[in-house]
Write a protein that binds this ligand. Structure first.
Ligand code: UTP
Length: 297
C-alpha cells in the first residue's frame, strides 16, 4: 500500500478546559504556559518540524486569543524593536505564523460537541490525503511525535495510526487502550480501542495519546456517526469504525509526554523544563532542600 503524503495538521482547540478552571475562564487552556511558552506553540513547532503544509485550528469564538498568539503581530514586534528588545522581537517572529507564507486556517466549532466533532469541523479545509491531528494539551518533548508518526505511517499499511505509550495497570482507566493484535518492535497492529477500561477489562497496556494520523475516510465516518459517550461525537468511535475498514496501527513514540490537560501533569512539565535551565537551579534546589520556596529578602 502506498501512502499519500500527510500535508495537513488539525489542532482541535475549542474545548472548555474545565479541569483548569478558573484559569481557563478567560484564558484558553491551549495558551497556558509551560514556564513561558504556551502549549499551542509547542504543538505548532512540532507540526512545522514534521513538514506539515497546512495548519487548521478548530477553535471557538470565545477563544480568539489563540489566533492572536499564533499569528504574527508586527505592531508588537515593532514596539519591542523601538525599545531595544531586538532579540525578543526576532524570537516572536520566528515562532509566529504569517500569511501568505504560512498556510493557516482558523475555523470554528461553535459548541464543544466532542473531539470527533471538532475534527469533523476541519473537513472542508484539509488538503487531500491523510491528516495529522495534534492535541496541544498532550505535550511531547524530545523527538517530534507527529513527525515520527508520519514517518512510520509511510511504510505501514494501515489507514489510521495513533501514538501510544505503555501505562501501568492502574492507569488504563484514564486512557483509550489499544486492542493489540500484533507487535513488531515499536509498531503495533490493533483491531480497535477501548475508552478508559478498568485494568481487568483492558485489552492491553498500550494507551493512546493525542497524536494521530488519520485516513481521509475519517470525515465520512464522523459525518454519519451517532453521539457516543457523554453524548459527544467521539473520535475513538470513528477510529474504531476505521479499524475494520482501513486498518489501525499504533506507534510507541520515543518522546516524553506530559498530560498538560490536568494540573499535576502541567506542574510536572513546568518542573521538567525549569530543571533544564540553570537560571532556575537555585529556586528548585532551595525548594527541594528546604521543602519550601525561598523567602524573599
Ligand atoms: P479535552 O477533553 O482534553 O479538553 O480535549 P477539554 O474538554 O477542553 O478539557 P476538560 O476535560 O474540560 O478539562 C482535548 C483537546 O480537544 C479539544 C480541546 O480544546 C483540547 O485541545 N476539544 C475537545 C475540542 O476542540 N472540541 C471539543 O468538543 C472537545
Amino acid at each position: 500500500m502506498t501512502q499519500t503524503p500527510v500535508r495537513t495538521a488539525i489542532f482541535p482547540v475549542a474545548g472548555l478546559g474545565t479541569r483548569f478552571l478558573p484559569a481557563t475562564k478567560a484564558t484558553p487552556k491551549e495558551l497556558l504556559p509551560v514556564l513561558d511558552t504556551p502549549l499551542i506553540q509547542y504543538a505548532i513547532d512540532e507540526a512545522r518540524e514534521a513538514g506539515i503544509e497546512r495548519m487548521v485550528f478548530v477553535s471557538h469564538p470565545s477563544k480568539s486569543a489563540i489566533e492572536r498568539h499564533v499569528m504574527d503581530d508586527v505592531h508588537l514586534r515593532n514596539t519591542l524593536k523601538e525599545r531595544g528588545k531586538v532579540e525578543l522581537a526576532s524570537d516572536l517572529k520566528d515562532a509566529a505564523l504569517r500569511a501568505p507564507e504560512d498556510d493557516v486556517v482558523f475555523t470554528m466549532q461553535h459548541e464543544p460537541l466532542g473531539l470527533g466533532h471538532a475534527v469533523l469541523c476541519a473537513k472542508d479545509h484539509v488538503l487531500p490525503g491523510a491528516v495529522a491531528v495534534i492535541l496541544p494539551d498532550d505535550l511531547i518533548l524530545g523527538r517530534g511525535c507527529i513527525g515520527e508518526l508520519i514517518e512510520a505511517y509511510q511504510s505501514m499499511d494501515c489507514g489510521h495510526l495513533v501514538a501510544t505509550m505503555p501505562v501501568a495497570a492502574e492507569e488504563t482507566d484514564k486512557y483509550g487502550i489499544l486492542s493489540v493484535t500484533d507487535r513488531t518492535g515499536n509498531v503495533l497492529r490493533a483491531n480497535g480501542m477501548v475508552e478508559k477500561p478498568a485494568a481487568a477489562d483492558a485489552p492491553s497496556r498500550d494507551a493512546v495519546v493525542g497524536r494521530y494520523v488519520l485516513d481521509a475516510s475519517i470525515f465520512e465516518t464522523l459525518t454519519t456517526q451517532a453521539p457516543g459517550a457523554g453524548n459527544e461525537i467521539q473520535l475513538t468511535d470513528a477510529i474504531n469504525t476505521g479499524a475494520e475498514s482501513v486498518g489501525l496501527g499504533g506507534l510507541r513514540f520515543s518522546g516524553q509526554r506530559f498530560d498538560c490537560g490536568n494540573k499535576a501533569g502541567m506542574l510536572q512539565a513546568v518542573l521538567h523544563i525549569a530543571a533544564q535551565d540553570p537560571e532556575y537551579k537555585d529556586v528548585l534546589d532551595a525548594f527541594v532542600l528546604q521543602g519550601q520556596a525561598p523567602i524573599a529578602a
